[in-house]
Structures are given as structure tokens and as C-alpha cells.
Design a protein around this ligand. Sequence first.
Ligand code: GTP
Ligand code: MG
Length: 371
Amino acid sequence: TEFVSVSELANMMDVNVNEVISTCMSLGLFVSINQRLDAETLTVVADEFGYKVEFVSADIQESIDDADEEDSEENLVPRSPIVTVMGHVDHGKTSLLDYIRSTNVIAGEAGGITQHIGAYHVTLDEGKDITFLDTPGHEAFTAMRARGAQVTDIAIIIVAADDNVMPQTVEAINHASAAGVPIVFAINKIDKPGANPERIKEELANMNYLVEEWGGKYQSHDISAKQGKGIEDLLEKVLLEAEMLELNANPKKRAAGTIIESSLDRGRGYVATVLVQSGTLKSGDIVLAGQYFGHIKAMFNERNQKIEEAGPAQPAIILGLDGAPQAGDNFHVMENERDARGIANKREQLAREQGLRSQKHITLDEIGRRI
Ligand code: GTP
Ligand code: MG
């Protein structure tokens, strides 16, 4: 039997999924992110990271797996693309997302969406939907991005035309490429005096990312997030990319997806923004996320309206977890509370043991996350 996928294993050990893949490679195993590993492989790979694998009761794992096995053709329906905007500090990620959000809000709802939200769904003029992931604070984002491969269908890489391709731009490009996520470039701030979009394209070409205008395969568009210039065309290109991916999902099963952000709210308890990736999440469901679990007491959309369910590619804000899972953690709806509690406790124990062990290879990035 096969247990845990490569990305889930990375998640459990709190390491970059690419590290797991390259470790597998060094062991002569060529694995993909979503590939499930059998017990023996799991044990060997985890051992490379200094972990001992303990197999929790097979029932519990089956309860998670069950949900994955019902994806017959007839259950699959098209879903909206999940798009992340990535780029160097100050190159305009938030401005772009704000512009898109403000111009695609259903009339009368504008007041409800001023707060920051890690994920939101917009319906464009032609009735097509896109789910955007806004990147949370820098440290959390690094963690998310390391795991982002599982979440994002398409990456918009934004580069300010009055600046250069910067280290974080390169990092974002590398992450997206390593994950096999299609890239659309947005060359931003073209309204600024001194902006030189062609220079950015040249820099990209020097990195072997040749944009279409230059005869390459990468879609790119010059925009001004501030003035809203070129953004409609940029989104057209994103939708084109999405069409080619033929994205679909099964809404008729217990939901699974990713935690986008979570926090403790004084009045409401633990609040988590989640992105449903398969199945349908319903109010009252038992959710397991990282080391935490709970019944969903209430559920809201990104406009703070109460909702009863959220389907594939839809974000939701949920109340009822007994803690704040990490951005990038997977969540699963469980059949019963006993199983949810069992796994949550096991993970907590694992994390505690790992805490004792992690001193040996702590990275800057992790230090940042703990502050
Ligand atoms: P971080 O979240 O800090 O990484 O930054 P960001 O990428 O989200 O950039 P943000 O949208 O906050 O923009 C940074 C600054 O650039 C802000 O002062 C924006 O007003 C400005 N800016 C963003 N887009 C444009 C643009 O198209 N034109 C001009 N002139 N300014 C822009
Ligand atoms: Mg920002």
C-alpha cells in the first residue's frame, strides 16, 4: 500500500518539497510532487532527514485516502484557475491584486472587502473566474512558496520596469519552474518616468526566459497596476494559459486543500483562510489541518458573508479549529472526530520531537518564520 505523497511528506517534516525530490533522486528514485510513496520508501527518505516513520493505524490513513479515490471521469467538473502573483519586494504585487479586486467586485459589496485576505475569487467580465492567492507576510510567504507548487496553477511574475530583475524575482521564477507551473510575466510600473520594459525583457531573455514578443514561449504584458493599464489583457493571457491546463476537480467528496493563513482572533477563536482544492467543504465538517482539528462552526467567503459550503478552487474562512495551522499546511475533512484527533496528536508529537532535532539544520528562512 502507498501512504503519503511526496509533498505531504515534505509538509510533515517541514522541509521544502524540492529537497525531498532531490533526496529521492540521490536514492535513485525519480518522483513527482503528488506521487505517493510506499512504506519502505517513506522510511528510507524520512531517515535521510533524520526522521523515524511511525505508521499510525491503517484505518486513519485510509480515511484520508478514501477521499482521493472517487475521482472517476464523470465526477470531474471544470474549476477556476488558482493564480499567485509573485515578485520582488515593492514591484507591485499588492497593487495589482487590489486593482483586480476593486474592478471586479459585485456592485454593493465593495465595502466588505477592504480587509486583507489571503485568497479571493473574482469573476471577470466574461463570466470567467480566477482565484487569486495574495502572498502573506514575507516569512510566511517563503514557507508557502516553498510548498506553493501544490496550490498554484499559474504564476504571474511581476517585475517593475523602473527596476531590474531582482533576486526575489529569480527565486520566484525558479520556484514556479521547478514546480512546473506556467508563468505569465507582468512588467509593471510602465507609467513611471524611466520605466524600461524592454530592458526587463532583455534581462529575462538572458536568463533563458524569452517572452512571446521576442519570439519566445512566455506570455508577458506591460502593465501599470496603479493606473490599471494593460491589466485586462494580462488577465486574458492568464485565462488562455488556464484553458490549456483543462483544470477540473471532483466536488462530490470530502474536501481537501491548503491552509492559506490562520490566526487567533479575540472574539472568534482560531480563524483560518483555506483554499478548497477538491471536494466540497461544508459548515459542520470535521477538519484536520496540520496538528489541529475541529468542527467548522461557521464559514465565510472573502467578503465576510456567511456561506454553507465551498467547492474546488474556492477560498473560505473557517472558524472552529483548535489551533492555528501553518500557511501551506494541507487540510482534510475527516469522517470522524476520533481519527482527526488521532492524527493531529501524532503530528503534534512529531513536531515536538522535530523541535529537539531541528537545531542541526536550521535555515535563515526558518528563523524568520519563528519571530
Ligand atoms: P511587498 O508586498 O512589500 O513585497 O510589495 P508589493 O510587491 O506588494 O508592492 P506594492 O503593490 O505595495 O507597491 C509598492 C509601491 O509601488 C507602492 O508605493 C505602489 O503605489 C507603487 N506601485 C505599484 N504599482 C505601480 C505602478 O504601476 N505605477 C507606479 N507609479 N507605482 C506603482
Ligand atoms: Mg504587497
